[in-house]
Structure formats: C-alpha cells, structure tokens
Design a protein around this ligand. Structure first.
Ligand code: ARG
Length: 470
C-alpha cells in the first residue's frame, strides 16, 4: 500500500477531500484488491464490447484492452500498488490504466457503473472459487477411497449415541463420508451455476442509453446475461449459495474432525496420525495432538457465521445498490480461504494415518453382536420384538456371568429360546456379522465392493469431464 492521496473519482461535486476516518471506513481496497484479476477481465470484455458496438472507436478499444492487459500483468506479477484513497479495486485499476494509456482510460466506464462492475467481479470470484473447492473436494474423495481400499478388511464398531452398536467395515464408514462430499460437490456446482450470470450492462440500476450489448460481454466471459438490471445489481444470492455450500461442507468436515479426535485419543486408540500432521505440547512431552482435525471442527463455526453475516446484511436492503453490499466480500473470502486450507491438509492427512485393526476389531465384538441373535431368531419366524426381548435378557445374563456373547455356552442359548438351538456361532464374530448383512448399501464386503466400484466410476467420470472442459 502507498501513502499518497488521489482525488476520488466521484469528486466533481465535492468541495473537500474525504476525512481520513471516512476514507478508512469507506475504502474496500484493502480487501477487494484480490478481485483485481476478475475486475480487469470484466473490463476487458466491456472495452471489447464498447469497440464492437462503436461506442468507442476501434483504436480506443484496442488501447483500453492493451492497457488493461498491462495492468493485469502487473497484478499477476505482484507489482500492482494501491493507496487507501483509491477507495476500491475498480478505481485503483482505472487510475493505473490512466497512468499507462492516458485519457482514453476515461472512456472505459461508459455504459457501466461500479454497481454492475462489482457484482460482476463477485460473480467471477464465486465461479472460480467454486471450481477450486470442487477440485479440492474431489481430491479428498479420492483419498477416502484410497484409504478405504488400503484397509479393506478392517472392522470397527459403528456407533449410535456413541455407544457401540454393530460392527461395520472401516471402508463402509469412510465411503459414508464420500457420499456426504458427493452431495457437497453438487451444492458447489449449483453455486457455480448461479454465479454464471453476468450483471454487466445493468449500469447503476436501470440500464443505460448507450447501445451496449450485455449478451456479448456475458458470452466473452462464458456466462449468461442478466434479465433485469435492477435485480442484476441487487442480487447476492449466488454468494449466499457458495456460503451455504461452505457451511454444509464445514459441518461435514467438522464431524470428521470430531471423529478423528476421538479415534486418536488414548481412550479409543483406533488410529494414529503421521507426525507430519500432528503437533506436540509445549509442556507435556508425551502429547501428540490432532490439531488440524480440531481446526476442522472449530472452523465450521466461522463458516456458518459468515453465511449468517451475509444473509443478515442482505435481509433489509431495498433493491438497488447500498453500501452495505460492500460487506459481502470479507465473509466470502474468509469462507473460501478456510475451506481451501482444510481441504489442502485433509487428503494427505488421511492417507498417512495408520489404523490399529486389532484394536478396532476387538471394540467391534462383544455386545455389539447382539443384533445378530435377534435377526437370526426373526428369520426363524420369531416376531422381531420377541426376539429382541429374548436377546436383551441374554445380554443381561452374560453380564451376570461376566461373559461376553461369543463365550456364551450353547445350552444357555438353547434355553433362552428354542429358535437359537442351531444358531451358527460364526455370526458372533465381527467378520461373521459384517458378512451377514445382505441389504442394499450395507456394510457387507460385497455391498462395499459395489460402493467402491460406483465411487471409482464417479471419480473417473468427473475427471474425464474436467479434462473435456479443459
Ligand atoms: N466498493 C464497493 C463495493 O464493494 C464497490 C461499489 C461501489 N458503488 C457505489 N455506488 N459506491 O460494494
């Protein structure tokens, strides 16, 4: 940031420069400078259209485009400098353009306003951010599939109420997260679609007398044109869509974070993280903390907060531009940055973790197998409620005997209920129980194999369509 002061570009009717405190609250340049590449791309499309439509001459259009390309190179090289008195990114770019190409720069703003300009910048930002986040989500989905494959036979308890419920395959568990991320991808896709509408050409709010062609600028940017100019400058729904997608993804990542905090605790000890993905304590030498997973749990708060912040900012605004809309950017940037930082660490953190299969298996035995007995009886014609009751008493009996279900003598089974006389004891193992699940989408190895195949096909199809889109 530079310290000199430029006269505001709206300064014509003003007798004095803005007070410093006003300038500070009014300026968005400290944070909207990151929109510069989008702002310039939008301006290039606008300058081309002005030339095509004969609103500026062909030569002027070329000068504007070349000048804007030079500003873009400065931005990309990190050489672009700005001052607080530039106010916002739009003014800063125009100021620099004027320094490079002279007075023709003053024609760039013909037929547009900062209101449609900023809306366009934000659309372009959201579209790009959605794409980046979608690739990062797909990478996490790859990692889930790889880890599930690498631990194919591993069994752990599935929980309800955080009480051991039934044995399940670790692969099944990880593929459950895969499904949640698949839905997240669809939400980001929807946000990207919503952002693919260009508001450029709405001008301040009601259009413009110039014979602009909003369809041309939209096509140039790979977007659809707006239909209603007032809506075009007022709409921030696409940003909300992205923030909502970030919030739901954040909730999923938070749940994963919580699970790994448990799994890596001494109490569970189901898994250990690679040293590269854990931190120590400054006082307790033995500690190895799952900080990144805790942050995944913690950051969901700000993601939900950011969505609420924008929703609340928008709720009372009249149609048309109000400066309140400047508040749309920081929450959006914050969510995108934090989601990307979580997704950057997750895939390798998953791939490098180690599971203790012995430990997870032994936690999945015992009373977690009780449903097998009840299901077996129900298959022999005993009403399930009755079977449930019988097995409940059996569990109680085991507790009295201090025995586990697997150890229960045959005669105890028989005397509990005649339908248990020929109960195959192999069902009372984590493997037997898992294999015994026959229903669609279940945790049996065959079912999980089908889920794997589908997951791989989905990722391959996605990769192929990415490639085709270039
Ligand atoms: N910095 C403003 C924003 O972020 C740009 C639009 C300014 N428009 C205006 N009419 N003052 O929203």
């Amino acid at each position: 940031m530079r310290n000199e002061r430029n006269k505001p570009l709206w300064g014509g009717r003003f007798g004095a420069n803005p007070a410093e405190a006003f300038e500070r609250i009014n300026a968005s340049i400290p944070f909207d400078i990151r929109l510069a590449p989008h702002d310039i791309r939008g301006s290039i499309a606008h300058a081309r259209m002005l030339g095509e439509q004969g609103i500026v001459s062909e030569g002027e259009s070329k000068d504007l485009v070349h000048g804007l390309e030079a500003v873009l190179s400065e931005v990309e090289a990190g050489e672009f400098s700005w001052t607080l008195s530039d106010e916002d990114v739009h003014t800063a770019v125009e100021r620099r353009l004027r320094e490079l190409v002279g007075d023709v720069a003053s024609k760039l703003h013909t037929g547009r306003s900062r209101n449609d300009q900023v809306a366009l910048d934000l659309h372009l930002f959201v579209r790009e951010a959605a794409e980046e986040m979608m690739s990062a989500i797909a990478e996490a989905m790859h990692a889930l599939v790889e880890v599930a494959e690498a631990n194919e036979g591993t069994i752990l308890p599935g929980y309800t109420h955080l009480q051991r419920a039934q044995p399940i395959l670790l692969a099944h568990h990880l593929l459950a997260h895969f499904e949640a991320l698949r839905r997240d991808l669809a939400r980001f896709e929807a946000a990207r679609e919503a952002a693919s509408v260009s508001p450029l050409g709405a001008a301040a709010l009601g259009g413009t007398p110039h014979r602009i062609d909003p369809g041309m600028t939209a096509r140039d940017l790979g977007m659809e044109p707006f239909r209603n100019s007032l809506d075009a400058v007022s709409d921030r729904d696409f940003a909300l869509d992205l923030l909502y997608a970030c919030s739901v993804l954040g909730a999923h990542l938070s749940r994963m974070g919580e699970e790994w905090v448990l799994w890596t605790s001494g109490e569970f000890a189901f898994a250990t993280l690679d040293d590269e993905y854990s931190s120590g304590s400054s006082i307790m030498p033995q500690k190895k903390n799952p900080d990144a997973y805790e942050l995944m749990r913690g950051k969901s708060g700000r993601l939900i907060g950011n969505m609420n912040a924008l929703l609340i900012t928008l709720k009372g605004l009249p149609p048309g531009y109000s400066k309140d809309l400047q508040e749309d950017k920081e929450p959006l940037f914050d969510s995108v940055d934090n989601v990307l930082s979580m997704l950057a660490v997750l895939p390798e953190m998953l791939r490098t973790a180690k599971f203790d299969g012995e430990r997870t298996r032994s936690a999945a035995g015992g009373f977690a197998l009780a449903t097998e007995l009840a299901d077996f009886m129900a298959m022999r014609g005993v009403p399930f409620r009755e079977a449930h009751h019988t097995v409940g008493s059996l569990v109680k009996r085991c507790e009295e005997l201090g025995a586990s279900l697997e150890e229960i003598p045959d005669e105890e089974l028989r005397s509990a209920h005649p339908a248990l006389a020929d109960f195959p004891k192999n069902l009372l193992t984590p493997e037997g129980s898992v294999r015994n699940k026959k229903s669609m989408g279940s945790t049996s190895p065959e079912s999980v194999e089908r889920q794997f195949e589908e997951a791989r096909r989905y990722l391959e199809k996605r990769a192929a369509s990415q490639k085709a889109d270039g």
